[in-house]
Design a protein around this ligand. Structure first.
Ligand code: GDP
Ligand code: MG
Length: 168
């Protein structure tokens, strides 16, 4: 039985929770003062999807996204993508379009999911539900509201991507 391995890139503006999401999913932890550098290119986790073993390799950036300096090597060979914005950061929501375009320019149309992180901070929201849903609809993407902090919907995001990838 051949094992399936999927390179997943997690993109979005700085501070939306990308590194935290990767840590949460692969190590099961959430730390408030997560360091910018993770020290390795990616963390991985193995799951079973439709009876198949799937190894997800989640690639992190070392904060280069804040300088619009993500290298081509980061995207190279990516097979799935998580687009992340934050409940409390309107700019991160407005930047989703341009992140999508960057990924598409580098690796084409790969299985992608849209994630609104930090829904534990919903009382501080700067994004209306309708506009987030409208964006997902326009980009034709599955949309999840998640909280990496509270561990809400994180597993679902990656399970969906793995399923979507296997369906190709
Ligand atoms: P990155 O720059 O996108 O990699 O974001 P980080 O993972 O470094 O997270 C930025 C900040 O947001 C950190 O202080 C995290 O602890 C915090 N954070 C991440 N996810 C959540 C969440 O779901 N809820 C809350 N309240 N804070 C979060
Ligand atoms: Mg980070």
């Amino acid at each position: 039985d051949m094992e399936v391995a999927i390179k997943v890139v997690v993109v979005g503006n700085g501070a939306v929770g990308k590194s935290s999401m990767i840590q949460r999913y692969c190590k099961g932890i959430f730390t408030k003062d997560y360091k910018k550098t993770i020290g390795v290119d990616f963390l991985e986790r193995q799951i079973i999807v439709n009876g198949e073993e799937v190894r997800l390799m989640l690639w992190d950036t070392a904060g280069q996204e804040e300088f619009d300096a993500i290298t081509k090597a980061y995207y190279r060979g990516a097979q799935a993508c998580v687009l992340v914005f934050s409940t409390t950061d309107r700019e991160s929501f407005q930047a989703i379009n341009s992140w999508r375009q960057k990924v598409e320019a580098e690796v084409g149309n790969i299985p992608t999911v849209l994630v609104q992180n930090k829904i534990d901070l919903l009382e501080e929201t700067v994004i209306k539900n309708e506009e987030a849903e409208a964006l997902a609809k326009r980009l034709k993407l599955r949309f999840y509201r998640a909280s990496v902090k509270e561990d809400l919907n994180v597993n679902e995001v990656f399970k969906y991507l793995a399923e979507k990838y296997l369906q190709r």
